[in-house]
Design a protein around this ligand. Structure first.
Ligand SMILES: Cc1cc2nc3c(=O)[nH]c(=O)nc-3n(C[C@H](O)[C@H](O)[C@H](O)COP(=O)(O)O)c2cc1C
Length: 338
């Protein structure tokens, strides 16, 4: 009798027993294991010289909540295996649906996989990808030798997540994970990430293409203090000084808004701005030409709060919006420096 995975019919328990005593075909076994649907991660660390190293891995599993542990299996034939074998810390970056290229890059033998990708130091020093679905920054809790793999068990020291859709993997192919968010959660597919960008008493607005004005939005996250702008160009912002300001999350048909407030790193003249952008002094803001009622009232609150020097965070919700005042917001502190 052949191993279960090589049969085309539904296996019976008897077949399973028979397969246990027959030699296991590694190709068929790989195929069988590949029917387990997983996400895709990039596991990262640094070598002794401090260079960032990383590889694609889908052998990620959560292990324990108390203490917070996870594991990932590192193949002994991977070029980065010796580095993972001796490292004291590593990060697991779960990829979102738009990151198949990132997965392919980190599954390759490329000499430097990090040149085109933003990454940050968060807590342990392991590289955390600036753009990913979720990240876990870990110290090594334990290593277990397991056949042709090393089981690397990490204790989670810091983590972050986003509402993006995950990248899935099944039967050796990338897979879409359909609508994984519970009802009422924002999907980041269409969510608008906007910025209130202050330049000494003026606010940056962008033409909306219909004769009105909108807040600048960003197609990608802020990386290294540089904000890419929807419509082209980018702006340098005061680093570590970007704060959440408003979350709009109500109407079913509305994509939702996530609004931050930030400051320009250096003054810019109108000529230096990308076309379609303009600074408006606070007392000349074109409220009537801002189509969205929510954004109009948010800009009004921003002008009011700037005068008072205290800012709140607004959360729109199905049962009405609410504001929490954040007293004395200081620039972000790097966790590893606390
Ligand atoms: C979706 C996917 C999942 C993978 N999962 C693992 C894994 O869990 N463990 C592993 O050792 N290799 C895994 N690999 C293969 C490694 O990414 C690949 O061997 C890579 O070249 C290792 O990089 P390195 O040789 O530069 O260390 C995976 C590859 C892909 C595309």
């Amino acid at each position: 009798m052949q191993a279960v995975a090589q049969q085309s019919q539904t296996p019976t328990p008897a077949d399973a027993c028979a397969s246990a005593i027959s030699a296991i075909d590694p190709v068929a076994l790989r195929r069988a294991l590949g029917t387990f649907v997983t996400g895709v991660t990039v596991v990262t660390t640094r070598d002794e010289a401090g260079r960032a190293r990383g590889m694609t891995a889908n052998s990620f599993t959560s292990v324990s909540l108390d203490p917070p542990l996870l594991l990932v299996c590192i193949g002994k034939s991977a070029a980065s295996y010796p580095v993972f074998q001796s490292t004291a810390h590593f990060a697991v970056n779960l990829l979102h649906e738009g990151q198949t290229e990132v997965s392919n890059l980190f599954a390759s033998k490329s000499a430097d996989k990090f040149t085109t990708l933003g990454h940050d130091v968060v807590h342990t020093g392991a590289p955390v990808l600036t753009d990913c679905l979720t990240w876990f920054d870990c110290t090594v809790h334990n290593r277990v030798d397991a056949g042709d793999h090393l089981i690397l068990i990490g204790q989670i020291q810091a983590f972050g997540t986003s509402p993006a859709a995950p990248l899935g993997f099944c039967r050796g192919r990338y897979a879409q994970v359909k609508d994984p968010l519970p009802p009422g959660w924002l999907s980041s597919h269409d969510m608008i990430v906007g910025y209130l960008i202050d330049a000494n008493g003026s606010l940056l607005l962008a033409q909306d293409g219909r004769g009105g004005w909108v807040l600048p939005s960003a197609p990608r996250r802020l990386a290294n203090g540089r904000l890419p702008l929807t419509g082209g160009g980018e702006l340098a912002l005061v680093p570590h000084d970007t704060f959440l300001y408003s979350v709009f999350d109500t109407a079913e048909s509305d994509p939702g808004y996530l609004m931050y407030r930030a400051r320009l790193a250096q003054p810019l003249s109108q000529q230096e701005l990308p076309p379609n952008f303009r600074f408006f002094p606070f007392d000349q803001l074109p409220y009537d030409d801002i189509a969205s009622r929510e954004i109009r009232s948010m800009v009004r609150r921003y002008v009011r709060e700037t005068a008072g020097g205290h800012f709140g965070i607004y959360m729109d919700s199905h049962d009405g919006g609410r504001i929490a005042m954040v007293s004395d917001a200081q620039p972000w502190t790097q966790l590893s420096q606390v």
